[in-house]
Ligand binder design. Structure first.
Ligand SMILES: Cc1cc2nc3c(=O)[nH]c(=O)nc-3n(C[C@H](O)[C@H](O)[C@H](O)COP(=O)(O)OP(=O)(O)OC[C@H]3O[C@@H](n4cnc5c(N)ncnc54)[C@H](O)[C@@H]3O)c2cc1C
Length: 471
């Protein structure tokens, strides 16, 4: 980057928030996925005005700009793949207002999602989107990835709760979309266009989130199955019985054993599958629904069903589920985490395909996920230094996406496209669908400065390359 550009950045942002040292820049070269890319400069803005001026400068000089929250992206979303400027949005965390009268939260993008959960609940309200990373990820990152978690089954994803945004456009202008009203049908829904756009169409500098009343009661159960298929039938039966649980999570045997090896939690290691079900709502309805869920699980062959008797037991069950990700990380040096999603009726078929793929490519593949909404997390445990195995991983990942799309599903239910899934976009969208998306990008960002190298495949790119010495 030209020295005069750094000089101009320093005229916008004080020196202590402009990082040019190699060591500092390395700290911003990765996320939670794969690959490292060194930015030329890291800037830590505090205000919308600062961001607007930086983006105008980047347009004049044609410098790539990479917004970044906490960098927990599993798809390469914030990676500065073309160098340029990383905008560290985590420092823009000044505002977290709960407006109880209108049941809203008004937040800066760098606020941690768990802080919104906590403050909303203190006011008797509830912000449902609950990615497992919510204690470390920013609401900005959640918005741009349209993140969700176990509660997505009943309450939907982040986009259902965003009703207004302040956005710095890729040209550096500041716009407001939506507002504080729950109803708003004025023109195109730009709020929904920005949410889930992975930082390619604008930089979110403030968001207005809808809150709902906190459910007064909840109950959780854990059911263990000797046969994997039976857990799938139990899930389908519960969902077709008129009960809509708040969450319905699935763990396969490899996950159960990984958790027990990592931190013994009393899980049945001989079980082929576990499901965790939580229902919430009016206390009387909750009692009746958890009883029905227990009955259905037993009827479908569950050999044990444990209903948590109090909050402590509930937490123990959820702790085991939350342990899955760190536990499987211990199984090998590299974890490739996918989130292909299928219609829920296709979960058994997808599980079968995943097992066939693991056998065909001789890979260590574990599966957990949000069974109620078809969002599975096949994780391949591998070693990125092993070139030959990484080639097999690439083939397996490609087949996992093919399987999901063939079964009527999608490349990503949660983690976004980023760099890692970009080569497969046409597989799901078709050439015209993909072209329509590219036209939107070109209209918003004619100089292609905002998060370039994401979502759209590079020319000729048809599959992911995970081997280190290949570009
Ligand atoms: C252990 C673990 C568990 C996870 N569990 C879940 C889960 O349950 N559900 C789920 O959905 N995801 C999950 N994730 C993925 C990840 O946490 C989410 O995608 C999260 O929303 C990313 O937030 P972040 O603050 O880390 O954003 P980053 O990773 O820094 O960025 C994500 C994307 O948003 C863009 N961006 C960030 N801030 C802004 C902004 N203000 N304006 C414009 N663009 C911006 C970036 O350019 C990038 O494209 C998990 C990740 C890990 C490591």
């Amino acid at each position: 980057m030209k020295p005069n550009v750094i000089g101009e950045i320093l005229s916008i942002i004080p020196q202590e928030r402009v990082l040019t040292d190699l060591a500092d820049r390395y700290t911003f070269s990765y996320d939670a996925s794969f690959g490292e890319y060194l930015p030329d400069v890291v800037v830590q803005p505090h205000t919308t005005e600062e961001i607007s001026r930086l983006v105008k400068l980047a347009n004049r000089e044609i410098i790539p700009v990479y917004p970044r929250g906490s960098a927990t992206s599993l798809s390469g979303g914030p990676l500065p793949v073309k160098g340029g400027m990383v905008l560290d949005m985590s420092r823009m965390n000044q505002k977290l207002e709960i407006d109880t009268e209108n049941m809203l939260a008004i937040v800066s993008p760098g606020v941690l999602t768990a802080d919104i959960h906590r403050q909303a609940e203190e006011a008797g309200l509830f912000y449902p989107p609950d990615p497992s990373s919510s204690h470390v990820s920013t609401i900005g990152g959640n918005l741009l990835e349209n993140s969700s978690g176990p509660k997505g089954l009943k309450y939907g994803t982040t986009k259902e709760y965003v009703i207004g945004l302040e956005v710095v456009t890729p040209m550096g202008d500041v716009i407001r979309t939506g507002g504080k009203t729950v109803k708003n049908v004025t023109g195109y829904d730009l709020t929904r266009l920005i949410v889930g756009s992975e930082g390619t169409l604008g930089i979110v500098t403030e968001a207005i989130l809808r809150l709902i009343p906190k459910p007064p009661s909840r109950k959780t159960l854990l059911a263990a199955f000797d046969r994997f298929e039976d857990s799938g039938y139990a899930i389908t039966r519960i969902l077709s019985s008129g009960i809509l649980p708040a969450a319905m999570e699935l763990m396969d045997q490899a996950c159960i054993r990984a958790v027990e090896n990592y931190q013994p939690s009393g899980l049945p290691v001989e079980a082929e599958a576990l499901i965790i079900i939580e229902v919430d709502g009016h206390p009387a309805a909750v009692e009746e629904e958890i009883r029905r869920c227990e009955e259905i699980c037993r009827g479908q062959g569950a050999n044990t069903v444990t209903v948590a008797r109090d909050e402590k037991e509930r937490e123990t069950i959820w702790k085991a589920r939350k342990m899955v990700s760190p536990a499987i990380t211990q199984m090998g040096p590299t974890k490739i985490s996918e989130d292909a999603t299928v219609p829920r009726s296709q979960i058994p078929a997808m599980m079968k395909r995943l097992r066939q793929i693991a056998d065909k490519y001789r890979l260590n593949l574990v599966v957990f996920g949000h069974a109620g909404d078809g969002n599975l997390h096949p994780n391949i445990i591998t070693d990125k230094r092993n070139e030959e195995e990484m080639k097999r991983v690439e083939d397996a990942v490609t087949e996992i996406f093919e399987a999901a799309v063939e079964l009527g599903g999608t490349l990503s239910g949660e983690h976004g496209i980023g760099v890692l899934k970009a080569p497969y976009m046409e597989m799901e969208l078709g050439p015209i669908g993909l072209d329509m998306m590219k036209k939107i990008k070109e209209a918003w960002d004619p100089n292609q400065i905002l998060n370039p190298g994401k979502i759209f495949p590079e020319p000729g790119q048809t599959r992911v390359v995970l081997r280190q010495n290949e570009s």
